[in-house]
Write a protein that binds this ligand. Structure first.
Ligand code: C2E
Ligand code: MG
Ligand code: MG
Ligand code: MG
Length: 292
């Protein structure tokens, strides 16, 4: 068993403790009971093939709804969960739930819809992520090719042999590896060639500015071209407008995700989205560039 930093954390309170620390400590107390209290749920955001307009996959995004705190953003609670040693059980639950949902899409006949799950660098480096992924696949019965693990560029930059070996064993299961928020780190594109990854997901900050900022457009073009020369699939995140979609499609970007297609949806609404989308495509292939 890996050491779980922070598992035996304790806090003590003094009158001088400031409001921010108190708020954080409150957040931590509530977070500790959140999994058991079934306060987490998953939403799914469609990934669309930019050539055909079909939904090919969904990214699983975690939501925490607490009765006192309301809806808390993953950007706030994931780092805290990591510090408190809670990310492992949360991640385990999430992987299992995501695989089960993807299996359901298959049994409902929605087609080969893949599912992507975010794994933070700390989560990845904490112990037995490989076993957790293996178990989620075998217990759900989901085909490994339908699961994508999203890691960040920062993880690759640690350049540790241990990380690379782990990525290789995850990929050996048949799982797809995607580099999330790509372009925000400092990896040289050629360095990627040596890494066991399959997909580059261009960070939404570049997509947001590429039509007004020549530097961003140049970078997006370069990522697409280099990605393809390395046989990687290129995905754009944060597509919000038709113009962005057209630009990316014309420049050969493979798939996209963003509010232009759909925000993250509840499981039920995601299934409806796929159904409505595949029937409208069947009747009119020219609807590729329609928003939802
Ligand atoms: P991410 O993996 O880059 O996820 C994409 C984020 O962009 C999501 O925010 C999504 O709702 C948002 N987004 C999608 N389309 C658009 C768009 O068109 N415009 C804009 N402005 N935003 C868009 P969310 O769900 O708040 O997640 C934020 C981050 O939290 C994620 O970034 C990911 O790093 C992390 N996260 C979310 N769920 C999990 C999880 O289950 N595990 C871990 N480790 N991290 C997670
Ligand atoms: Mg992601
Ligand atoms: Mg992302
Ligand atoms: Mg992002």
């Amino acid at each position: 068993q890996a050491k779980q930093a922070g598992r035996n954390t304790f806090r003590f309170f003094t009158p001088a403790m400031d409001a921010r620390a108190q708020a954080r400590s409150r957040l931590a107390d509530e977070l500790a009971g959140a999994l058991e209290g079934e306060e987490f749920h998953l939403v799914f955001q469609p990934l669309v093939d930019l050539k055909t307009g079909e939904v090919t996959a969904a990214e699983t995004l975690l939501r925490w709804h607490n009765r006192y705190l309301g809806v808390v953003s993953p950007e706030q609670f994931v780092p805290l969960a990591e510090e408190l040693g809670l990310i492992r059980p949360i991640g385990e639950w999430l992987l299992m739930a995501a695989c089960h949902e993807a299996l359901r899409w298959q049994s409902l006949g929605l087609g080969d819809i893949g599912v992507a799950v975010n794994i933070s660098p700390r989560q990845f480096q904490q112990g037995d992520i490989l076993q957790i992924i293996e178990r989620a696949l075998s217990e759900s019965g989901l085909e490994p090719r339908l699961l994508t693990i999203e890691i960040t560029e920062g993880l690759l930059l640690t350049n540790s042999e241990e990380v690379i070996a782990k990525l290789e064993s995850i990929r050996a299961l048949g799982v797809t590896l995607s580099v999330d928020d790509f372009g925000t780190g400092y990896s040289s594109l050629s360095y990627l060639k040596t890494l066991p990854v399959d997909v580059l997901k261009i960070d939404r900050s570049f997509i947001a500015d590429m039509l007004d900022n020549l530097d961003d457009a140049t970078l997006v073009d370069a990522i697409i071209a280099m990605g393809h020369s390395m046989r990687l699939e290129v995905v754009a995140e944060g597509i919000e407008t038709e113009d962005q979609l057209v630009y990316l499609a014309e420049h050969g970007c493979n798939s996209g995700q963003g509010y232009h297609f759909s925000p993250p949806l509840s499981p039920g609404r995601f299934r409806d989205f796929v159904l409505s989308r595949s029937s409208s495509n069947a009747s009119s292939p020219s609807q590729v560039f329609d928003s939802c």
